[in-house]
Ligand binder design. Structure first.
Ligand code: 3HC
Length: 303
């Protein structure tokens, strides 16, 4: 006896590609998975800029492995989007033409090697907070992709934190570089979780369809609570004068990110938006001959 989509969701059953699903669910899943994939691919640029400038062969090897992981996460997620009938070439065009989004966080510059550590610690840490619940997302291929991606994200976060620990045991200049990077990346990391729930047009429906298991604000709070003791152990201060433990709530109170900045960055007004899309457009046209050759070769095999 097959169950209906609503019964499957109510029973916490996975929705698989061949299952009946409302068109709105399919569209939302393509939107979220595609934008997640775009984020992984664009996310290669900020850190990729430091591969040739890493201070040691050891740091270069770690950074190379991490950037390659991000590429793999992107391709993995495009495959998950294709199970819903999306075409990855079309998704790439939507990204390049600004008709689909990628995470705001990747529109900030990486000014020093400390940024590589802070991205690992805070950005990948935020990604872990957001992605672990997605391992229980209702759409099967997406949830399964998240399980493998989360394992690699934890390596990403640990390498970043270890890099910062090393710098914090270094010279005063190195410690200042770390604090400067924390000051620049803290608030944009909080924005990764999306607008406040009250201003989120998608959260209610995504929660009802069990695509999201927690709201934007719940995950942001979890990230703040996780980061405060890590910052203390590192010996850096988080740039939020309102940050304090609230015994009654059992959580940290914290200031509000600049939501106008998030809106500006999401709509192309961030410091690096143009550069990120220009390089993605270039990579896409430089790679066209490879795709054409692969398609011609595949067609030969079919004839
Ligand atoms: N950057 C860019 N766009 C954002 C955003 C952000 N930080 N936060 C929200 N938005 C967009 C949403 O996409 C939505 O626009 P759309 O309807 O055109 O897609 C709009 O702002 C309203 O936001 P909502 O909260 O209503 O939208 P969602 O319910 O989709 O929630 C989300 C946004 C929390 C990002 C959710 O889509 C999500 O959890 N996505 C999966 C995780 C993901 O994409 N992470 C991005 C980072 S990937 C990464 O960190 C890689 C790691 O290796 C570093």
């Amino acid at each position: 006896m097959t169950v209906t989509f609503d019964e499957a969701i109510a029973r916490d059953q996975r929705i698989e590609p061949a299952d009946e699903m409302p068109e709105g669910y399919r569209k939302t899943m393509i939107r979220q998975i595609a934008q997640h994939a775009h984020s992984e691919i664009i996310g290669m640029q900020p850190e990729g800029d430091w591969i040739t400038r890493a201070p040691t062969l050891h740091r270069k090897a770690i950074l190379l492995a991490k950037v390659q992981d991000e590429a793999g996460h992107g391709l993995y997620l495009y495959s998950a989007a294709e199970t819903l009938g999306a075409d990855r070439g079309d998704l790439t065009r939507r990204l390049i033409e600004g008709r689909q989004k990628y995470s705001s966080i990747f529109n900030y510059p990486t000014l020093s090697f400390a940024d590589v550590g802070v991205i690992g610690w805070l950005v990948d840490g935020a990604a872990i907070c957001n992605q672990v619940p997605l391992c229980r997302s209702s759409y099967g291929p997406y949830a399964r992709a998240m399980i493998r991606i989360c394992k690699e994200e934890s390596f990403h976060q640990r390498q970043g934190y270890e890099l910062l620990m090393t710098m914090m045991r270094g010279t005063p200049e190195q410690r200042a570089m770390v604090q400067d990077a924390v000051d620049r990346w803290w608030w944009p990391s909080l924005m990764m979780f999306g607008p406040p729930d009250a201003e989120s047009p998608n959260t209610a429906q995504s929660m009802a369809w069990k695509i999201k298991r927690h709201t934007n604000d719940e995950l942001r709070q979890r990230f703040v609570d996780m980061s405060v003791p890590q910052a203390a152990a590192l010996g850096v201060t988080l740039p939020d004068p309102e940050l304090r433990w609230n015994e009654a709530r059992g959580h940290h109170d914290f200031g509000q990110p600049d939501w106008a900045e998030l809106k500006r960055v999401i709509t192309g007004g961030g410091p690096m938006n143009e550069e990120r899309i220009r390089r993605r457009r270039e990579a896409d046209s430089d790679g066209a001959w490879v795709r054409e050759a692969a398609a011609a070769h595949a067609a030969k095999g079919m004839s």
